[in-house]
Design a protein around this ligand. Structure first.
Ligand code: CA
Length: 233
């Protein structure tokens, strides 16, 4: 496997240096940007494997860059870990809702962050072992992160995509909200169970435009299941 490329977007040079040293020692290639605009340019040019993104940046805040990354077809698949001094839960929820994959509160130990990066990359590797998934009229291409139904593209947010990819890889199995949070959001979840319901609703609405909303089934008292056959209970 090629060297892991990490983009660090952080205005504090001491933190950039500390991260640069730790990540390079671990055999990773490090790109550094002191603000959102340079971070955006480096992401576009170098297509890093993962982005560490500071929330509080001069000018454009990190969460705005996050939204811009997740709205871009070529960049939205890149996992992002938010670095922040803001411990408020509402900020964390906003970060996750915008598409952050993980969240680290300052001050953090570089080795703990490295472990987090490795865990995240492993988790994504597991989810992308196949190039595409078929189910019923639906096709999910895990390279381009595109989903289509009968050849027409389905517009999905990053979390809805991740949910659907997980469901399609585990066809006909029932998952509790807690399991879905674990699998899709990672094991350091700060979002509440009802967040799953919000994303399930969005996912169903997107599928509804193509007549496939029945693929996402509510299993009373248990959770959710993905199935292309009608529920018979
Ligand atoms: Ca900062």
């Amino acid at each position: 496997m090629a060297e892991t490329k990490v983009l660090v977007v952080e205005d504090e040079s001491s933190i950039r240096e500390m991260l640069g040293f730790t990540l390079q020692t671990a055999g990773m290639q490090v790109l550094e940007a002191p603000n959102a605009e340079q971070g955006w340019q480096l992401a576009l040019t170098h297509q890093p494997n993962i982005i560490l993104l500071d929330w509080m940046l001069p000018g454009v805040p990190g969460v705005s860059l996050l939204a811009r990354l997740k709205a871009n077809d070529k960049l939205r698949h890149i996992p992002v870990i938010m670095l922040t001094a803001r411990a408020e839960e509402s900020d964390q929820v906003q970060g996750f809702e915008t598409g952050a994959d993980d969240y680290v509160t300052k001050p953090f130990s570089p080795r703990a962050l490295l472990a987090r990066i490795q865990a995240l990359l492993r988790r994504l590797d597991d989810g992308q072992s196949t190039d595409s998934l078929h189910a019923g009229r639906m096709l999910l291409d895990s390279q381009s992160h595109r989903v289509s139904i009968d050849g027409t593209e389905v517009k999905l947010g990053p979390k809805e995509y991740r949910l659907l990819a997980f469901f399609m890889a585990h066809h006909n199995r029932v998952f509790t909200r807690h399991q879905l949070l674990d699998e899709v959001w990672g094991d350091r979840v700060v979002v509440e169970d009802r967040t799953i319901d919000v994303h399930i609703r969005r996912l169903r609405r997107a599928l509804e435009e193509h007549g496939c909303e029945s693929y996402i089934q509510t299993v009373r008292g248990s959770g959710y299941r993905f199935s292309v056959t009608e529920p018979n209970e």
